[in-house]
Design a protein around this ligand. Sequence first.
Ligand SMILES: [Zn+2]
Length: 270
Amino acid sequence: MWTEGRDTGLALARDNERPRNLLLKSLPLEELERLSPLLQKVPLIPRRVLQHAGLPIEHVTFIEEGLVSVLAKVDERNAVEVGLIGHDGAVGSIVVLGAGTAAFSHFVQIGGTALRVGVDDLFRMLPALPRLREALHLYLHLSWMQSAQVAACSLGHSFEQRLASWLLTAHDRCDMSDLPITQDLLARSLGVRRPTVSDAFKQLAQRGVFAKERGRVRILDRARLERIACRCYRAMCRQRDALKRSKMGGKTLIALSLVFALLEIELAVQ
Ligand SMILES: [Zn+2]
């Protein structure tokens, strides 16, 4: 498992140290002040399981830096990635919908740091944190849509397109210019054989979109990578932007975004 952090009870708001996590960043100052004494800063250790499937969820972990894969089992030995969580999200946030145990494993792809709160503490404080509850609900809604898009993508698009989408998503969510990822991990996460990743990497590198050195991938030409990526990446960006604009603006917008997402999925598999 992962290493315990030493800092408990951060005075983020008082110290003018704004969090990097987008969910926390979206909170008004008074909510951040209420929450910050409960937050514990912890390291994210690469290649560790942060949350095992089937076990109780004890913390909600807001990612500050790094990247976590959400893995669904396909058989006793193998699992594939059905979601990515970076500084846009929080591991364990499903507890706000009433889930007590994790349906999926959460594996640290890229190390970094996180701020976590115990589930009991969170529930005690949640009535005084309406904007956090709203932010988590929106995030879960978006995660559901994006997982569905990823499922459609794996059926309808080439591996090179999927890899380009994955790199763009990872780049967005961990905000690093160099991504410390290995082909082995990518092959396992995306449910393909290592040579498939290797070939796609070679082709993309030859087209000058990224350089790979010492286990790190540096994106050199993001605009070109976006043109190579399948439409799923753009669809996911649009879903995110539509939800942001709605600012929880009523059930109509949520329903419309659901319809939009289902249409995108249908088109993607044609
Ligand atoms: Zn796709």
